[in-house]
Ligand binder design. Structure first.
Ligand code: FAD
Ligand code: 2HG
Ligand code: ZN
Length: 471
């Protein structure tokens, strides 16, 4: 190992090779504090060439590499194991914007760029970079692509994969694949870019990307509405899709129980809708024509929704700070859950046509088998993506509850997901958290194909081993 560290220092400045416990500590525990590992060293390269040299050296010494961005992932993908033999490759120093091509509406940037900084740079240049999620102040583009992150704008602009046109990747051999092209069409054989996106650092290290930009909307209107049941929320979504079409940029759902928990920890974020209804929906319309146009359209759709009794109440944000307050309320549910203690997350997608059945059946089964549990269900309803999270009964210690019930709860919920032809990971990925669940639910043929790809691209199994698939 001494040899390895010695050889590293021939091309990477010593101060970017962290080997002391105190220096490594900030990189070893994930955001949820669910996973903590040990590392031989934390490496902080600043160029793709340095990343390539590191990987070549790791291949030579058979040392496993755990790529890391902002370390905000929910599945332990960026956390090393406990052996102390793996290295963490944190990309935060690779944070340069290489180019903004205004005519092509693209931005070429390095993997360590923080998402929020990319949104700001895009806006300063008159563009919208639509990827948006609660962790945007610390997550990084490389991590977003490696997890194929979703967030609140997927309904209109798609997930990280949909926004990516080109990639630069360091392979398991330490070669640099230059796929940095801003093309919207390129049918030259297998799509290597799509293979690396969502692979969570198990097939290659993403060092740079070309991402799409969009025109900034002129006006955005945000509203909170109340629905009595899930069937009404779907009817409302379909109404907005029909009447607002591409102007619909956000459709988020929060149950009464989610907002009660929010208010417990953040009292200033109480639901402005009277009586905290069973389902609160946050809707955003974005327009490129005029403020009057979008406002009138929003009012007309809400009027129709009232007439058909699809909604029971509504409040429209009249200024930016009110609109931001609605979004903060939505985004604070994760933080409220963290304050409350460990919870069991289920980031799932269900076809919208089966959502009503899923929620009714699963809520009933959960309440029957685990009396008193709190179902903190919220999410990106427009994408069929629920965060169907489970908190222990009030007054019960979360750690004890989870130890006793975690396996059975996952089995129940993922069984229901499978019955509804859904997915056990909508946007957060697999990492180490869902390794066994993926094996159980992906299907044998698909799982074997994934292992075949992993063996082909990383025969030594040095790239983030035992994450996503074990070979
Ligand atoms: P990390 O956590 O550092 O890494 C994630 C995975 O990618 C790991 O497997 C890691 O090994 C790999 N990786 C990282 N960088 C690279 C690279 N350059 N090359 C190859 N592999 C790499 N996610 C959503 O999808 N939607 C949400 O709405 C959302 N909201 C969130 C809200 C909060 C408050 C928090 C804490 C998290 C949220 N997340 C959400 C989860 C998380 O922010 C995303 O998964 C994000 O994309 C991870 O980015 P990161 O830079 O933190 O990656
Ligand atoms: C969100 O949509 C994130 O807010 C976090 O994906 C979800 O806390 C969660 O489970
Ligand atoms: Zn989410």
């Amino acid at each position: 190992m001494q040899d390895f560290i010695q050889q590293l220092s021939t091309f990477l400045n010593q101060k970017y090779i962290l080997t002391q416990d105190a220096d490594k500590a900030p990189y070893l525990t994930d955001w949820r504090k669910r996973f903590t590992g040990k590392a031989l060293a934390v490496l902080l390269p600043s160029t793709s060439a340095e990343v390539a040299e590191i990987i070549k050296l790791c291949a030579k010494h058979h040392i496993a590499v755990v790529p890391q961005g902002g370390h905000t992932g929910f599945c332990g993908g960026a956390t090393p194991d406990n052996s102390g033999t793996q290295i963490i490759l944190n990309l935060k120093r690779m944070n340069q914007i290489r180019e903004i091509d205004k005519a092509n509406q693209t931005i070429t940037l390095e993997a360590g760029c923080i998402l929020q900084a990319v949104q700001t740079t895009a806006a300063e240049n008159g563009f919208l970079f639509p990827l948006s999620l609660g962790a945007e102040g610390s997550c990084m583009i490389g991590g977003n692509l490696a997890t194929n992150a979703g967030g609140t704008n997927v309904l209109r602009y798609g997930n990280a994969r949909d926004l990516c046109l080109g990639l630069e990747v360091v392979t398991a051999k330490g070669e640099i694949w230059n796929g940095i092209k801003g093309l919207r069409k390129d049918n030259t054989g297998y799509d290597l870019r799509d293979l690396f996106i969502g692979s969570e650092g198990t097939l290659g290290i993403i060092t740079a990307a070309v991402m799409k930009l969009y025109p900034l909307p002129i006006s955005q209107w945000t509203t909170l509405v109340a629905c009595d049941n899930i069937a009404s929320t779907i009817a409302l979504l379909n109404l907005f899709q029909k009447r607002a079409s591409a102007l619909l940029t956000g459709f988020e759902m929060m149950t009464c129980e989610s907002l009660t928990l929010n208010e417990k920890h953040f009292p200033h974020m109480a639901n402005p809708l009277q009586g905290n209804p069973p389902y609160t929906i946050l809707i955003e319309l974005s327009d490129h024509e005029s403020e009057a146009h979008v406002r009138q359209l929003l009012e007309a759709i809400l009027e129709e929704a009232f007439e058909t009794q699809t909604i029971t109440d509504a409040v429209i944000a009249t200024n930016l700070s009110q609109a931001n307050a609605f979004w903060h309320m939505r985004e604070h549910i994760t933080l409220a859950q963290a304050e409350e203690g460990a919870n069991l997350k289920h980031d799932i997608t269900i076809p919208l046509s089966s959502l009503d059945r899923f929620i009714q059946e699963t809520d009933a089964l959960m309440k029957e088998r685990f009396p008193g549990v709190r179902i903190i269900n919220f999410g990106h309803l427009g994408d069929g993506n629920l965060h169907y999270n489970i908190a222990p009964p009030l007054g019960m210690d979360p750690k004890t509850f989870n130890e006793m019930n975690e396996k059975q709860i996952h089995e129940l919920i993922y069984g229901q997901v499978e019955c509804c032809q859904g997915s056990i990971s909508a946007e957060h990925g697999v990492g180490q958290l869902k390794l066994d669940d993926l094996r159980a639910h992906k299907g044998e043929v698909a799982h074997d194909l994934m292992k075949t790809l992993k063996r082909a691209l990383d025969p030594q199994n040095i790239l983030n081993p035992h994450k996503v698939v074990s070979i």
